[in-house]
Design a protein around this ligand. Sequence first.
Ligand SMILES: C[S@@+](CC[C@H](N)C(=O)[O-])C[C@H]1O[C@@H](n2cnc3c(N)ncnc32)[C@H](O)[C@@H]1O
Length: 358
Amino acid sequence: MATLADSFVAPAAEIAAAFGTLDADELVFVLQQCLEAGAWDHALALTDALEGVEQTPGIRLCRAVATFLSGDTAGGLSAVDEVLAGGARPLPALSVRAEMLLRLGQREAARESLLELVGRYPDYPRAQGLLATLYMPGPHYREVLARLHQLLRPKTYLEIGVDTGATLALAQQSELAVGVDPVNALRVRLPPNARFFEEASDEFFAQRGRDAVFGPRRVALAFIDGLHRFENALSDFANVESWSDPAGTIVLHDCVPILARAAARERSTKFWVGDTWKIVPALRAYRPELKLTTVLAPPSGLVVVRRLNPGSRVLSERRDEILQRFLSLPFERAPGDFAPELNAVQNDDSGLAQALGG
Ligand SMILES: C[S@@+](CC[C@H](N)C(=O)[O-])C[C@H]1O[C@@H](n2cnc3c(N)ncnc32)[C@H](O)[C@@H]1O
């Protein structure tokens, strides 16, 4: 058993005297507090001292986690399996099992538990995020964006969909970074070169000219991460490209959903990317000269678009036709079955080099 650096657990009699009147629900609460505090030794001591309390699945799971954290990983995992063997296969046990298996490097088994978990309740905390990291290993999309800033050193940056400002703040080296979002939810300190427009992107492009925002410069790097609807992604792309440098780069977020439910037009889960993904087949069909490469960065990929043509009017002129053709497209891919049109590359520097090369 592993030992904590500053390990001390009160004698069993003292624990029993202090906690002996707790019912099972209250005991689970205390056990969770112990685990959150990293005090797995105290959690084990509590369950030892209060053996008389009914051993509910919640108590057994807390004990299993404490056992696992103590270093007895096989014991912890088999205790979870015993809870699952009870018949009802409780969701928390599936979640705990998946997290233990991930820590043990057993990715395939972890994936099975997570798929069962999201199949029964797609919003289970952390489940979709963890699943995404299994299908798309490597750095989180914000780290990949940070790397793109390092590699490209764009003088001008435009972001559609800013939220807290976490990605706009990555444009530290740019001379001018512009963010557009109808909601001001900024929490991250922005660099002095940043300007924020509290506007919906359609309104922003309709009311403002490039000269007024960027002066004589064109956009060197753009990140489109606004409203998760195909039609918005399409107009955002067309507008952003018209302001872009032909040698520039546009990055699209949320085009690689793992679950069909998250890829639906109508939102029915917390983790939701909407039908933004339809922009990839649409661009392939209507703008074959663009170079599209998808870096499989969790949780929902980054499509890197190069060989831009700011003079192209195809997407705006044929918008109705494009919407009619792609709006009703169903998402029929199984998790991890990445569409060939994504031109998926690994989520590392070699993948980024492929995306940015040529
Ligand atoms: C996923 S968040 C952006 C996250 C941010 N880029 C990041 O990575 O941290 C999506 C944002 O799009 C914004 N949004 C919604 N509708 C929009 C629109 N029509 N134009 C621009 N942004 C929009 C939302 O207010 C929300 O802040």
